[in-house]
Write a protein that binds this ligand. Structure first.
Ligand SMILES: Nc1ncnc2c1ncn2[C@@H]1O[C@H](COP(=O)(O)OP(=O)(O)OP(=O)(O)O)[C@@H](O)[C@H]1O
Length: 272
């Protein structure tokens, strides 16, 4: 059995709606993530996936509950203090819409190197150009594009800039929030292939947030199913697809178009 990398205990997130009312976006979510796993987080739009992902990445504070990462409690480290912690560099997030998340005034190389500037050691800062070049290459971004601004890049290239930024400090965990949803199907497959290769090469653990159950079925080890902020079902991917317990999960699966039509190899090798 591999070690637990992250544990979430009864996470709750309330957003204030005014007049004392709140929207409970995440409701008592608990799960464990093992080192090396690909955990798929699925559920319909508005079910709380992105909110949970942002809480786990420490981009948003939870209202209640605890998060343990690599045996340390993150609950007591929030906001500015967490930003300077070693754990901050070990958990990185890849975003849904890189055009919205990448600084439009920075060149790709500057964006990729930004985590080094903020969180890197003196040695990493000195080696920044080489580390940026390596992360770009691993992410499939041609070196010639490091001088480009985000708007000068294609959607696929922007996704690769965001991935390179996320891996430049060699994190342990990547939280990927619909990283390919802005791309067309063939580009999606290429980017997922790159992610699988990176995971194998850099020993990464993934939490993959997606609407795309077809993709999750192909790549995830375990799946969490969310509905209205609650975790309604969790288990090994095969079990979730073959013998779903909840009616909601059965509905999600029934809505999948053309199950199994795409070919993505978890090891990162190009399918033959
Ligand atoms: N900053 C916020 N303030 C108020 N409500 C919010 C905020 N962020 C999210 N919500 C609400 O929380 C609920 C969960 O949203 P969330 O984005 O986490 O769902 P999701 O499952 O990721 O959806 P999608 O797949 O469409 O991205 C929604 O009702 C949403 O409107």
């Amino acid at each position: 059995m591999t070690e637990i990398l992250l544990e979430a205990g009864a996470i709750v997130k309330d957003f204030p709606l005014g007049r004392g009312k709140v929207l409970r976006a995440v409701d008592q979510v608990s799960f464990k993530l093992r080192t090396g796993e690909i955990l798929g987080l699925v559920g319909e739009s508005g079910s709380g996936k992105s909110t949970l992902a942002r809480i786990l990445a420490r981009l948003l504070p939870q209202t209640e509950g605890a998060i343990w990462f690599d045996k340390a409690s993150l609950a007591s480290f929030s906001g500015p203090r967490f930003a300077r912690m070693a754990e901050r560099r070990d958990i990185q997030m890849v975003f849904q819409d890189p055009l919205a998340s990448l600084n439009p005034r920075w060149r790709a190389g500057q964006i990729i190197g930004d985590p080094i500037r903020r969180l890197g050691t003196a040695e990493e800062k000195q080696k920044r150009p080489a580390l940026v070049a390596e992360a770009a290459e691993r992410s499939g971004l041609p070196a010639a594009l490091l001088n480009s601004f985000p708007h000068q890049l294609s959607g696929g290239q922007r996704a690769r800039v965001d991935i390179a930024r996320a891996i430049v400090l060699r994190p342990k965990l990547l939280i990927l929030d619909e990283p390919t949803s802005a791309l067309d199907a063939s580009l999606q497959a290429h980017v997922v292939q790159t992610l699988m290769q990176l995971r194998a090469d850099l020993d990464l653990t993934y939490i993959f947030v997606t609407h795309d159950l077809n993709l999750v079925r192909l790549i995830a080890d375990r799946i969490l199913v969310m509905q209205k902020g609650r975790l309604v079902e969790q288990g090994p991917a095969r079990q979730i697809f073959d013998t779903p317990k909840e009616a909601y999960t059965r509905e999600l699966i029934a809505a999948i178009p053309q199950l199994g039509q795409r070919r993505i190899d978890r090891t990162g090798r190009t399918p033959v």
